[in-house]
Design a binder for this molecule. Structure first.
Ligand code: FAD
Length: 406
């Protein structure tokens, strides 16, 4: 029989707990911001994982920092819960929501079902790595890294001997892992159908600089092609990747970094509007009353209906949402949020223009060779709407941000 943590007192949202689903950066940041404004409200947090606090961006520079997955944890879950006065239920999966009755059902670590009544509900369920279909006897050995336990599993697969790793995807996360693996002493191959790395984010010249910088440190690029199959090679005990261009590469591990898809399953099944993410309005509220969403699972009206799977949007959304939950309805307005790409071979800062923004990239001239580059995205009226800085020019981030219109 399902048990139930029943509320006591009047059935008003403020008298019932704030329930947060998830324990990543989005979930913990909402709890922390709310505690600055409200020390009384009961907060319950349910998480499918251990809920230990760590900075997810450190997953892709753990080798450079010489840290294991366990060493990336900055604050254990119990300490976070105590500090923020949160009732934490780790290793707990929320199975369904009833937004009419304002209840959810969940399965605890022992497999027991329960239900819980909420006053307000925050969905911070993150995103899942996209898996491309692949043929071959070793296709199941392709790994992705989006959580601490994924990194632990990947490090285990790498073992201790020098190895060759194939990275599928030359986007931000693929390039960061490729650079980190080089620093860790691994041989690295990267495959991507695009003509250059970070093709969706960077102007061609900046992408080419990154391609050259990583190649100079040892990355073998396979651009304009895809992996067709991955097979176990019985004679060598290694993996054989066959590419669509006919090349075949022998490797010891394969890491897929082809993108993330917002985790909307729970919201979608409850009839909450979802598109590329859980749709939220300018108050971070979903289509259901008293249900909010932020982080990698959310699609923000305040960002022109985009998902923004980065740290800075979470910080801004959590602040606005905490104020709303504390009784001061606050619209989320995103500032310019440049992203630093963690590729020490060529550091990069990107302030991407809105995808619907028309305009053209232009490169600043007159910089010395080896001094990095500056690209500005200029609209039809001559206004700067985005920028990319590489190498030493990344120090000019604040200066460029001041002259960029949102
Ligand atoms: C390798 C890597 C490097 C990155 N580097 C950068 C960077 O340099 N700069 C930057 O700005 N951003 C970076 N990012 C992105 C950034 O880290 C994320 O945007 C952010 O951490 C997402 O946090 P989140 O809380 O939304 O999601 P998550 O951290 O994924 O948390 C989701 C939580 O929801 C829980 N959950 C899901 N479903 C359920 C359920 N049904 N029941 C209970 N719990 C559930 C999960 O267990 C988890 O606790 C990087 C991401 C990766 C993967």
């Amino acid at each position: 029989m399902p048990s139930s943590i029943a509320p006591t007192g009047p059935d008003a949202p403020q008298a019932l707990p704030l329930v947060i689903v998830g324990a990543g950066l989005a979930a913990w940041t909402v709890a922390r911001e709310l505690r600055k404004l409200d020390t009384q409200r009961s907060i319950v947090m349910l998480s499918g994982d251990s809920a230990d606090f760590y900075a997810k961006p450190t997953l892709s520079n753990a080798l450079a920092q010489k840290r294991s997955a366990a060493q990336l944890v900055t604050t254990p879950a119990a300490k976070m819960a105590e500090t923020l006065q949160v009732q934490l239920l780790p290793h707990t999966l929320v199975r369904s929501l009833d937004t009419g009755a304002r209840t959810l059902s969940y399965e605890d670590a022992a497999g027991q079902s329960h239900s819980l009544h909420y006053g307000d509900l925050v969905l911070a369920t993150g995103a899942d790595p996209i898996r491309l279909p692949m043929a071959g006897s070793a296709a199941a050995q392709v790994q992705s890294i989006n959580h601490l336990q994924d990194l632990a599993r990947f490090h285990e697969a790498l073992g201790v001997a020098p190895k060759t790793v194939l990275v599928i995807g030359a986007g931000l996360i693929g390039c960061e892992f490729a650079n980190d693996l080089l620093i860790g002493g691994y041989a690295v191959h990267v495959v991507d159908p695009s003509p250059r790395p970070l093709a969706l984010l960077l102007p061609a010249g900046a992408g080419e600089q990154l391609q050259d910088a990583l190649q100079a440190q040892g990355v073998v690029w396979h651009l304009g092609t895809t992996v067709q199959s991955l097979d176990a090679d019985a004679s060598s005990g290694r993996l054989q990747a066959t590419l669509a261009n006919g090349t075949s590469v022998q490797v010891d591990a394969v890491l897929s970094a082809v993108g993330l898809r917002a985790n909307t399953a729970l919201a979608g099944a409850a009839g909450i509007a979802c598109e590329r993410g859980v749709v939220v309005d300018a108050h971070v509220q979903t289509s259901a009353p008293h249900v909010y969403a932020l982080g990698d699972c959310a699609q923000y009206a305040s960002a022109g209906a985009r998902v923004l799977p980065y740290v800075m949007p979470i910080m801004n959304a959590a602040k606005a949402l905490a104020a709303t939950l504390a009784g001061q309805p606050t619209e989320l307005v995103f500032p310019l949020m440049p992203v630093a790409v963690k590729t020490p071979a060529l550091p990069i800062v990107v302030a991407a223009p809105h995808p619907a923004q028309s305009g053209q990239w232009s490169q600043d001239e007159g910089l010395e060779a080896g001094a990095g580059g500056v690209w500005r995205f200029i609209d039809g009226a001559g206004q700067q709407r985005g920028f990319v800085l590489t190498g030493k020019q990344t120090a000019r981030r604040m200066e460029l941000a001041k002259t960029t219109l949102l």
